[in-house]
Ligand binder design. Sequence first.
Ligand code: SF4
Ligand code: SF4
Length: 436
Amino acid sequence: MQTNFTPVQLADAGVQEADSILRKCVHCGFCLSTCPTYALLGDERDSPRGRIYLMKDMLESGEVRDTAVRHIDRCLSCLACTTSCPSGVDYMHLVDSARARIEGEYTRPLSDRLFRALLAVLLPRPWLFRLSLIAAIPGRWVAWALPARLRRLVATAPRGGIPAPSPIHAPQVFAAHGPRRKRVALVQGCVQQVLGGRISEATVRVMRGRGCEVVVSEGAGCCGALPHHLGRLDEAKAFAKRNIAAWIREDTERGLDAIVLNASGCGTTLRDYGHMFADDPEWRDRAARVAALARDVSEVLTDLGGSTGADLLGAPSIAYHDSCSLRHGQGITRQPRDLLAKAGFVVAEVGEGHMCCGAAGTYNVLQPEIADQLGARKAANLAQTGAGAMACANLGCMLHLARFTDLPMVHTVELLDWAAGGPRPEPMARGPVANQ
Ligand code: SF4
Ligand code: SF4
């Protein structure tokens, strides 16, 4: 794609990077067929190629127009387009920088700004998020009186109650069972600390059983993905710095073989810390070290080898849902399937496996109509498998999809834990029905 930046514009490192990304696009349109928003809306401006043109125009003109904001806001950042692009267009960094520019230069309506600020404050802070969920329980009774977006937010609180805080999240060290083979830090995440503590508990049990010493480091928390996707780069960096400081201290003092993730949405961001701080000489090297250590739990378990065996389970059939952040963001598809199969489960493939389920971080509350259509479509594809449960690597997908299907949803690592003698996983509590 031809670009027309001035030398003055190209003096900006961000514009320079965008220029090199844009120039790789050859307009071929291969990405269109894999884009969920294009599949639903059929508008070129809601396709990767269309958005690339809009971002190019935004950067070249220096103007952030309503049309560009509308269509970029509708992008899920699912990165299916990156997987299908034969030219290697780095769509993720292009759309990330466009979002940061929109956040900095575009004036959204006041209600939008307040709602986005509320999400950016609440979600990354587990104590605040827990409080807001508690407040949302009586809030359901007056939900009818709330603005539509707040009503939706209140409706996302799980119906089955809020899980009690898990002791797993306190800073501590879990010794390996048997001889120590690896020393790893566990990423706790933010929303997952409140709604998915059981996933981290299962992760620690499985890792210890395979010979890992597992550290929960003091000071580490939200990876910054949620503010990052809202275009709030400074806030995302502040969260990232806290993590980098905590894990580098751990690595320097006692050594780390990996930083283990069990929320794939965090994985894509953590692996990108090196890029996030590429222009910051104070943090660059430490950020790159953390990014290099980041591994999905399925990768670490695959490296460790060994089968858990699960003869007692009667080979239940599991529909494996690829979260976009694992499949497209990190290119991990084989390991979870292999681990489940080795543990004794029959892995069923889900139709349209490349398609986002609509959860996409805060997308399901910011763009509920599209998110609900994608959720219903994914639920229909899951039903087609005939499987008895769904497994995936991201709590966000589970929370969103639980609104569209009765299929029990569990994290892959919970099934591996069960197969290794851990507790039978409790399926995600069914949430409110779509459009409520
Ligand atoms: S990230 Fe997903 S929604 Fe956005 S343009 Fe690419 S394929 Fe479409
Ligand atoms: S597939 Fe890649 S090169 Fe082709 S239009 Fe899409 S982004 Fe551009």
